[in-house]
Design a protein around this ligand. Sequence first.
Ligand SMILES: NC(=O)c1ccc[n+]([C@@H]2O[C@H](COP(=O)([O-])OP(=O)(O)OC[C@H]3O[C@@H](n4cnc5c(N)ncnc54)[C@H](OP(=O)(O)O)[C@@H]3O)[C@@H](O)[C@H]2O)c1
Length: 280
Amino acid sequence: MEHPDTDSLRPGPRRRVLITGAGGQLGVALAAAFAADDVRALTREAWDVRLPAPAAAGTPDLVLHAAAWTNVDGAEDDPQGAAEVNVGGTAHAAELGAPLVAYSTDYVFDGRKGVPYLESDSPNPLSAYGRTKLHAEAAAGAQAWIVRSSWLFGPTGHNFVRTMLRLGAERDEVAVVDDQRGCPTFVGHLAGATRELVDRGAPFGTWHLAAAGDCTWAELAEAIFEEAGLDCSVRRITTAEFGARAPRPAVSVLRSEKAAPELPHWREGLRACLAQLEIC
Ligand SMILES: NC(=O)c1ccc[n+]([C@@H]2O[C@H](COP(=O)([O-])OP(=O)(O)OC[C@H]3O[C@@H](n4cnc5c(N)ncnc54)[C@H](OP(=O)(O)O)[C@@H]3O)[C@@H](O)[C@H]2O)c1
């Protein structure tokens, strides 16, 4: 397994770190976690990753590639469009020639294993989104940490926690899927674990970095309402009843068989997110 050149990656004010998709929820958290470095945070407007890197990308020592097509249902209707961003974009990020962190997903698995997935398990994506992310892993090249995470949420952008906070304030009851199980991961914790992985000079390759613990979407919704003090009940429904466009894995809990940085429990992540939103 190839190891990164740890001298050029040493943390400190001189390390040049490029973040793609800097306007997304993970991109924002990465900029905060790497604030001690010389960070260039490029939003979609500054670099549409479907195109080769612009001059503004400079010559980074490290690339944190957080830009992606993340609309899982939308990718079923436009798989080519999703591939242009996810596969083409990752190839363009790799072309910069610097060590790369390429983020991937639990949706590369089919969820039929029934117990947590390890890095050595074989992927078998069910959805167009999952297939583009699996191809993106291959496009990341040999100088890359493929960081698979799951069910991301944070204080900005579109995510389940923010949606539930809005619905919970508007309604007495929400119907939420209770037959999909995963690891809801706070972007601040994922960004910190990414920094730890890079700073310790971990070997390139695939790493599962997701919150400790696991739950269903319905259990997560109940925890959100409880922590936020919202008087809204959760009606537990099935995936079939919800009827989303894209198929999703039933059990996509991620665990590491390597000495991966450990993330806090998802409930701690939820509290940290709500604290940033000044809700608790
Ligand atoms: N969200 C999850 O639950 C989850 C789970 C596991 C893994 N991941 C992976 O984690 C990474 C970060 O996801 P996230 O949750 O932070 O997603 P996000 O909030 O949707 O952020 C993605 C960012 O990429 C930008 N983007 C889209 N198309 C682009 C393009 N052509 N060029 C440049 N930027 C583009 C988006 O801009 P616009 O907002 O303008 O479209 C957005 O700012 C992705 O690789 C994702 O696949 C996410």
